[in-house]
Design a protein around this ligand. Structure first.
Ligand code: PFF
Length: 460
C-alpha cells in the first residue's frame, strides 16, 4: 500500500500503516528507483571520470546513505508524523529541529522543478520510439534529435505540465493503488530489460573500453568537487536528506526490521544503477558518443543499443515506458513531502494541498524547462536554472539535511532511544548492527559530510 492510499482511506483522522513487509519494500523502492538510476547516475559517472566517481559513490552510499536512511525511517515510524511535525513531537522545546522538515520541503520543490522536466523528455521519447525515428544508431543525428526535443520551448513546457498534471491527478484522485499495482509488476520487467540491454552492450566492440571506464579507477580525476557530487547523488538516490524517508517511515509497521529493509532497498537500488551503467558505457565507446555528453547520455546511447538489436523498437518503447513509470513513483514520493506537511499542519484538504504544490512547481519549473533553449542564457552563479536547482538540492540541501539528521539522532535523541527503536523494543537481536549504525550517525557520517561540504564548496 502506498502512503497516498493510506491518506485517502483515513480521512486524515487516524494514521494507518503498510500492510506487509513486501509492501514497505515496494513502496520504498518505488521512491528510490527512478531517473536517478537510469539518467543521473550514468551521466554523472560519465562527466566525473568514471570508476573513481563510482567508488566514492559506493562508499558514500554505505557510510552516509544507509545510516541516514535508517535514521529517517526510524524517526518517522516512532512518531507517525510528517517531516516537520516529527521534530516537534520529539523535541517540542527545541523548535530549531523543524528546519530539517522545512529544508526538506524546499529541496523536494527544487528537485521536482527539474525532475519533472526530465520525466517529460522520457515521455517524449516513448512517442519517438513508437514512431521508429530513433532507430538510426548515428551519433550526430541522435545528438541533433535530442537537442531539438529539449530546446523547443512549447514542447518542453507542455511535457513538464503533462507530467505534473498526471502525477498531481494520481494523488488527488487516489488512484495510486492502481499505479502501485502496475509498478510492482513492471519493476521486475525493467530489471530484466536492463539485463537484456547489458548482454547486448557487453557484446559490442566498445565493451572493453566501457567496462574499463566504469570499473578501473583513475584517482587523478577524483577532486573535492567530484566527491561532493558523489555524496549528493548518494542522498538523491536513496531519497534522503529531504523528508521523503521520514514521511515514508511514518507508514512503516511496528514489527518492520528497519536496518534490514533499508539494506535491501540500498542493494536493489545500487544493482539497478550498475546495470544501467553496464548497458550504457560500452555503447558510448562503440557508437562514438562521449562519456561527458551529460544529461543527454541515456537518450543517446540506449536507442543506439536497441537499434543494433533484433526487435529493438519494441524493446525501446518498453524501456521508455518503464523508465517513465519509475519516474512517476519517485515523483509521487517527492510530492508526498509538501502535501503531507500542508494537509496535516494547516488542515488543508489533500486536493488543495496538491493543487497548490503542483502550481508552485509549474512556476518554479518553467525556467528549468526552458533552460535548454529559450532561457539558456538566464543564469544564477553561472548555472542555468536547471543546473542551479540540481546543484542546490543535491549538493547543498540534501547533504545539509542529512548532516542535521545525524546530529539530531546521534547527539540529541541519544543511544538508548535509538537502540530501543531499531531493535523493535528488544524484540530483534540486532545489537551489533544498531551499535554500528549509531556510531556512524554520531561520529563518522557528520564529520565526513562537513569535510566533503566545506571542501566541495571550496570553503577551505
Ligand atoms: N530517488 C529518486 C531517483 O533516484 O530517481 C529521486 C528522488 C525521489 C529524490 C524522492 C529524492 C526524493 F525524495
Amino acid at each position: 500500500m502506498t502512503p497516498i492510499e493510506i491518506k485517502n482511506k483515513t480521512n486524515m483522522t487516524q494514521r494507518d500503516g503498510f500492510t506487509s513487509t513486501f509492501g514497505v519494500l515496494v513502496a520504498t523502492l518505488g521512491s528510490a528507483v527512478g531517473l536517478g538510476n537510469i539518467w543521473k547516475f550514468p551521466y554523472l559517472t560519465g562527466t566525473n571520470g568514471g570508476a573513481g566517481f563510482l567508488l566514492v559513490y559506493l562508499l558514500a552510499t554505505l557510510l552516509l546513505g544507509l545510516p541516514v536512511m535508517i535514521g529517517e525511517t526510524m524517526l518517522g515510524r516512532a512518531t507517525r508524523a510528517n517531516a516537520v511535525s516529527i521534530f516537534e513531537k520529539l523535541r517540542p522545546a527545541q523548535p530549531f529541529w523543524k528546519i530539517i522538515g522545512y529544508t526538506g520541503m524546499l529541496a523536494a520543490m527544487l528537485i521536482l522543478g527539474f525532475y519533472t522536466e526530465v520525466a517529460g523528455w522520457v515521455f517524449a521519447y516513448i512517442f519517438k520510439a513508437l514512431s521508429g525515428s530513433l532507430l538510426h544508431g548515428d551519433a550526430s543525428a541522435a545528438q541533433a534529435q535530442f537537442k531539438a526535443t529539449i530546446a523547443n520551448p512549447l514542447s518542453a513546457l507542455a511535457w513538464q505540465w503533462a507530467v505534473l498534471l498526471l502525477t498531481g491527478g494520481i494523488i488527488m484522485l487516489g488512484v495510486s493503488k492502481g499505479i502501485e499495482a502496475v509498478a510492482k509488476r513492471l519493476m521486475p520487467v525493467l530489471f530484466l530489460l536492463l539485463v537484456v540491454l547489458c548482454i547486448r552492450s557487453l557484446t559490442l566492440s566498445g565493451a572493453g573500453a566501457g567496462l574499463k571506464f566504469l570499473f578501473a579507477p583513475d584517482f587523478s580525476k577524483v577532486s573535492a568537487g567530484v566527491i561532493l557530487t558523489a555524496v549528493g547523488l548518494a542522498f538523491f538516490k536513496l531519497s534522503i536528506g529531504m523528508g521523503t524517508m521520514l514521511t515514508y517511515g511514518s507508514y512503516f509497521r511496528d514489527d518492520q526490521n528497519i536496518p534490514v529493509t533499508a539494506g535491501r532497498v540500498m542493494l536493489a537500488d545500487l544493482s539497478i544503477s550498475l546495470l544501467a551503467g553496464i548497458a550504457i558505457f560500452p555503447a558510448v565507446f562503440t557508437f562514438h558518443f562521449a562519456p561527458t555528453d551529460g544529461p543527454a547520455l541515456v537518450f543517446l546511447t540506449i536507442p543506439a543499443v536497441f537499434a543494433s538489436m533484433p526487435g529493438g523498437q519494441i524493446f525501446m518503447v518498453l524501456f521508455f515506458v518503464l523508465t517513465a513509470l519509475a519516474s512517476i513513483g519517485a515523483i509521487l514520493s517527492l510530492l508526498e513531502v509538501p502535501v503531507a506537511a500542508l494537509t496535516e499542519r494547516l488542515h488543508w484538504s489533500r486536493r488543495k494541498a496538491t493543487a497548490l504544490t503542483v502550481l508552485l512547481i509549474a512556476i518554479l519549473g518553467a525556467p528549468a524547462a526552458l533552460s535548454n533553449g529559450a532561457a539558456a542564457h538566464w543564469t544564477i552563479f553561472g548555472l542555468t536554472f536547471f543546473d542551479f536547482y540540481d546543484f542546490v538540492s543535491s549538493n547543498l540541501l540534501l547533504p545539509v539535511g542529512g548532516l542535521l539528521l545525524c546530529v539530531f539522532v546521534g547527539w540529541i535523541i541519544g543511544r538508548d532511544w535509538v537502540q530501543s527503536q531499531l531493535s523493535n523494543r528488544g524484540l530483534l537481536a540486532n545489537q551489533a548492527v544498531v551499535t554500528g549504525v549509531f556510531m556512524l550517525l554520531r561520529y563518522v557520517s557528520p564529520v565526513l559530510i562537513v569535510i566533503v561540504l566545506l571542501r566541495g564548496l571550496k570553503v577551505f
